[in-house]
Design a protein around this ligand. Sequence first.
Ligand code: NAD
Length: 646
Amino acid sequence: MSETPVSLADIAALSALANGIVPADARDAGAASIHAGASIAERMRRGVNGPIYADGLNDAALIARKEFGRAIDALNAAEIHSLLAALAESSPAFFRVLRGDVCGMYMSDPGVWERIGFPGPSSDTGGYPDFDQPQSHRVTTMNTTQAQSGTGLEARPTSAVQAFLAKPAHMLIGGQWREAASGERLESIDPATGKAIGSFPAGDKADANEAVSAARRAFNGAWRKISPYERGRLLQKAASLIEKYGEELAQLITLENGKPLWEAKKEVATAVSWTDYYAGWTTILTGETIPLSLPGQFLNYTTREPLGVVAGITPPNYPLTMPLYKAAPALATGNTIIIKPSEDTSLVALRLGEIFCEAGLPEGVFNVVTGLGETAGAALAHHDDVDKITFTGSTEVGRALVRASAGNLKKVSLELGGKSPNIVFADADLEAALKGVFMGIFFCQGEICSAGSRLFIQESIYDEFVARLAEMARAVKLGHGLDPETKMGPLVSRAQQQRVLDYVRIAGAENARALSGAKAPGGALAGGFFVEPTVYANVTNAMRVAREEIFGPVVCAIPFKDLPDAIAKGNDSPYGLSAGVWTRDIRKAHQAAAALDAGTVWVNCYNAFDNASPWGGFKQSGWGREKGPYGLDLFTQIKSVIINYT
Ligand code: NAD
């Protein structure tokens, strides 16, 4: 790589553009943007994307002069935004590289995250954004029309989202966009308002059968002929398109699922990196040679073969990443797939289908059958030509899928429910623990399998800790996820809201003491599926609210005496998905990590996920491990070839 000359004016321009992409906090006085601009300039000088940056900066300077009569670093925020929009058209490569680098910088440098308070991992928030601060300045600009104040229920999505919602959504089967064979449709509801935003086909057995045939044809045909390198390229293209349409996808996620836009953006970022991650595996997926002890001369080697037709059945809490958690590793390993998304968030999955088509996947390789679980989902689970079910959802449905798959003994992997213990020792950094515990339960409205819903607090700090947690919960602003002031959105459906409110009644009957929430808000939010963040004290581990998964913003605080007491209570659950431990004592941390029955144990952090780190449950929380190299095992089978060359 040859060096590219960089001037001070280039650094100033890059800083101004970086500030347009991720606005700096007023407290930070622009230092984060200057840091980003200087870092990019240094990479540019070393030759990383040097010519793209040099040409792009020239173009940007010309537009700034022509449109505003000033240099880039003299433009105000609105002018920078319109300059960025112009660059997206005139220098798309530069715009993409710049945006990728700026976001990457903010995403990967905890120092920058902390200075500007952009939502992201930081040491003292336990891996999650600082919920105490307003989020408005941290959300990258969008053309969303937002209410100036209030609940944000009047928020309007951008024109791209409106255009997508305006056209009738169809299922993707064998490269064709189709209505359900029955002609029936289901509505997609914005959970913040309870109003329909669109509809999609109510597929059933007939559609599932069509999709399986299409996926089988593709598996035996075009897809098999594509080299591992090409498979990787197609996945990379899909990742780039997800990034390209990131803002639109984030809004769609918020509209269908309810989560705040800044959380939806994190989901999109994960979707991009996840798809890229598995794209990287296609060419390095190798077998072994095994020395045999048989008499004579033998060569024994193994290959990893795809399973065939995979059906991925997914829940609504991560409408984009859940289908991709199934599709990216399944496709990377050479399978074809049919996604049956949740009936609450099917439009996002259909938009993903469009993206895979645009990326150039052969027809039938990625299919989406929308519809109800009991019809479309069950048909796939029972189908004798489906080789594998990969499921994320409730333990109850997981059991039904195991029974349904017995016919052809299809392979099954399950990511199921949880009731995770989050254990706070008195010697912990309590400020960090409070934030981690808070995010551990209230992130994604508590609709997250790993939610730290059983909070064990050492007796000496119990009263103070729960009181402070409840105070934080009471301060949460509920509203429409498109409103940048919203810290927590609604639950995904009326049924889920009712389920959570049923548990509120059960908790009351069990004499748990609500320190916050325990109700649906009234007023302007009454039409949506909201439940206020709820902290219960006076809970024992035997109560139903401490044993059953609620899947909502409800945490049960239970006191414990010492380490053995915390472990005994923490492990006393049918679930074993994850656990958290907060302590400054390294021996205690290791002892707890060793003793807890959980697929993942977080120490002094919570909900810290990484594409490369395995994910899955002990006990009734699941079968198998997704993510990292472990995820490849779920979609491949080993063939052993023994050659006698004596
Ligand atoms: P759910 O089990 O009701 O539904 C999940 C999916 O299964 C949906 O697409 C649904 O249509 C389908 N389905 C329902 N009945 C079916 C049937 N009989 N046959 C085939 N498919 C059927 O779960 P949910 O309420 O949508 O999601 C919440 C659950 O998901 C919680 O239990 C949560 O813990 C779990 N979850 C687990 C993980 C994990 O990684 N372990 C991640 C997210 C969510």
